[in-house]
Structure formats: structure tokens, C-alpha cells
Design a protein around this ligand. Sequence first.
Ligand code: ATP
Ligand code: MG
Length: 499
Amino acid sequence: MNPPDASVATPAATPRIIPRSEHAISRSRISPNALRVLNRLRDGGFMAFLVGGSVRDLLLGLEPKDFDVVTDALPEEVKRLFRNCRLVGRRFRLAHVFFGRDIIEVATFRATSAPSQGDEPLPEADPEDGEVPELDEPQLEIEPAAPPARSPSRSASRAGIGPEPGGRADLMFDASGRILRDNIYGTIDEDVWRRDFTANALYYNIADFSVWDYVDGAQDIAARTLKLIGDPETRFREDPVRMLRAARFEAKLGFQLDPATARPIGPLRDLLAGVPPARLFDETLKLFLSGHGARSFEALRRRGLLAALLPTVEAYFNSHPASLVEKLLLQGLKNTDARVLADKPVSPTFLFALLLYGPIAGIIESTPPERWHDPATILDACDQATREAQTRLAIPKRFSLGVREMFALQPRLEHVRGRRALRILEHPRFRAGYDLLLLRAEHGLAPRDMAQWWTRLQEVSVEERGRMADALAQEGGAPRVARRRGRRRRRGPRTPTPA
Ligand code: ATP
Ligand code: MG
């Protein structure tokens, strides 16, 4: 544990209240639905704040991704205020207020005694709608009712906003003592402790439009510093995903990690191996599909976290320094970022094809060269690379099968034999496979003229396509490309099956 020092951000007993005249958050930048929720809570006599990333982003002049609300109203009280409200969450009950497809999440202030496995509510978990589903997460090894070690001894009462006696704790166990719900409701100054970074712990008060700051978060935002609240090692141990969040916010916001926050990341990174793979998969999507994927990749590598998240990817790049594959990955991530910024759809399948390209290439390279272009070799390599990645990330099958299809298309796109090849245009993965071919060609990993051929093919009429395919067949399947060794195609039914 780090000795207490000046760089440990300890929440103050009372907040610094930054009045409206001294901060830049205007209601015109807050989503009308979030404002509706905040106003109705306030009118119902409750405290209501915006919290987390939305306050941070508004202070930075960025457009928030979502607006999270916290209140002293209990979930059931929130539900009574809104017709369009549903309570969700297995361990932590939250209210979701629906406005068409927009959802505003409303959380009750929490004094969590349980080390959090993360704050996202788990989906399909409304106990009112049926049975509480099985938990797929590791057991919490804590005494659920114990007071929080770090909490300033319920100092809320001192601040005059203490909890009502009774009714604030809502614990539920299954027969084996496993915690199903551990809503230990608290007060705003206890709630601060469960936030990760100081920049994420600012509260915008709808009552007078002020910002409440217990942790000098406003100052850290101005200095573009990312600092964990409390002792960094303890906070990372409580929830190792915070290490990935540090890298993500570094990438997304361009903030510097405070040295005391950065220090434990290297030594503690292997704790990520104990995080449920489904959660790591979700975090991976947030890292790479939110518009800052290329910078996330660099931040993960710099912090040594790629080795914990995708060990085989890290291993490939270590054994192939400055490889074309790494350039391809970075370029693919930049292209994905550009698509996100242009509001175009992006797909986890394409992302995993990029991330696993190195491991797949490495496995192919380990076979005799005459088999490198054999479709069965390629499929085997996809399956093995996916299996290895699955030890950390739960990649849903539809995405891993998509990766397989994209790679299986590559030799078919590189070697066109007659008009039959045109059928690939109808293949559901054609577009993704073609995009991968373009990237490979750009990096000298596939014949450039074949990539151009497919580009042109899509621009011309159906008749012209036929003529192009005939012409190519006469040239022998691949224009001006040196014949490679081992192009024998085995069409046999050898289908590798993932274990
Ligand atoms: P963004 O939405 O831009 O990705 P965010 O900061 O809003 O960033 P969310 O995952 O939406 O991140 O979480 C909302 C808030 O909940 C955070 O700002 C933080 O205060 C808290 N939080 C989320 N995850 C954790 C965690 N693992 N540990 C501690 N606090 C967390
Ligand atoms: Mg958010």
C-alpha cells in the first residue's frame, strides 16, 4: 500500500460548492430528458444531481455520451415519480427512466461496503419481472454489512444530509450466502468514495445549478490530470477494471495519469485475469469502438495492459517489433475512429479481425510455408487465436465466426477464377472481407492490384463485372501478381472445429 501522501485524493467532509457563475455548465447542453428527470426529482422534494462523465465532459466542452443522475430518493420512490420507469440491477438497484429509446439512469446515493465489480447495472435483471438470474461473477469476499473501511464514518449526518433511519439498506442473499443485492444506500458524501477518478466525481446540483466538488476534481479537470480517489493500489485491487478505465480516459480525454495513480498499474495488471471475461469484453468495446481506439491501443501498450487483456496480441508484437501487422492494426483502428466520428456503424467483428490479425498470422507462420495459403490452415489459425483470446475476453460467437469468415474470404478475394467468384459479392461478410483486403494491400500484406480490381468491380455494371472476371481468369486468376508457392487449394471437407 502506498503511504499516505499529498497526491492521494481524499474526499473532504464537505464539498467545495462552485456556484453557477463560476463554471461553464449551461442547461442548454444537458439533454432535455435528463433535465426532465432532475427537475421532477427536485419538485418531488429530493436531491438530484448529474454525476460522472457527463459533468466532466460538460466542463471540458465535450458532448457527453450519456447523462447519469444520482439522488437521495430510493429506487421505489423514483419509480413512483415516473410512469416510464423500470428498476434494474441485480446487486445494485437502479432506476431506468425511458423516453422512447433514450434512457436516463437514476441511482440512489450509495455507501457501498462491497468492493465494486463495476458500476454498470447488469442487464435483464429486474427481479420484479421474474427470478433473480444466476450471478456469473466471482464471489465477493466481503462481509456485506461491514461499514466501509474508507468512508468518513457516515459523516453525512454531520453535513446535515444524513440518511433517514431505517429503510436505507437493502441486502439480498441466496441460499449459499451469495450476495444478490447489496444496496447500502448512503449520502452524497459517501457516494463520492465509490467513484473512480476525481474528474468523474463532480456533482451538478439541479437545485441551484452549482457543482459540488469533494475531491478537487474541477482543479484536476482544468489541469487535465486523471487521479484515483483514495489509495490507488487499494482502488485498483477493489476493481481491476479501473486500470483499463484509466487507459481509456487517458486516450479519450488526453489527460495525464497522476504518477501515484499510474505507479501500481504495472505491478497489478495481472489482476485483470480475475475479472469476468464478459465484463472485459464490454470494456474492450468501449476502449476500441468509441472514437479513440488508436489512442487506446497506445495507452494500453504504454501501461503494460495489453499484455493482460490480449496476451497473444502483445506477444506477437513483441516478437515482431515494428511489424507491418502492427501498422495495419493501428491504421484499421484509425479508420474505425473516423467512422465513429462520422456516425457510421462500426462492428466488433472487424475490430477483432484487426486485433487478432497478429496472433492469426503468427499461428499460420508456424506451419510449413506451403500450407500458408491453404484455407484450412487459415481457419485453424482463426479458431486457435480466438480460443486463446477467449481465456480473457468472452467474445460472443457471432463475432468470432465473423472473424473466421472474413479471413476465409481473403484467399478467395486474392485469387479470382472466373465468373463464379462474383458470387462473393453477395456474401454477407463481403464488405468486411473487402475492407480487410484493402488494409492488407495498403500495408503490402496482399496484392494491391487485386484490391484495386475489387474496388473497380463494385463500381461497374453487371455486364462489365462478367467481362472483368473473364479477363482475369484468362490472366490466371491474379493480374501481374507473382505466383506464390503452395497455392494448391485443398477443397476437402477438413473443417477445424473450435473446442
Ligand atoms: P463515459 O460514459 O464517457 O465512458 P463515464 O465516466 O461516464 O465515462 P461510466 O462508465 O458511464 O463512465 O460511469 C459513470 C460514472 O460511474 C463514472 O464517471 C464514475 O463516477 C462511476 N464509475 C463507473 N465505473 C466505475 C468503476 N469501475 N469504479 C468506480 N467508479 C465507477
Ligand atoms: Mg457515462
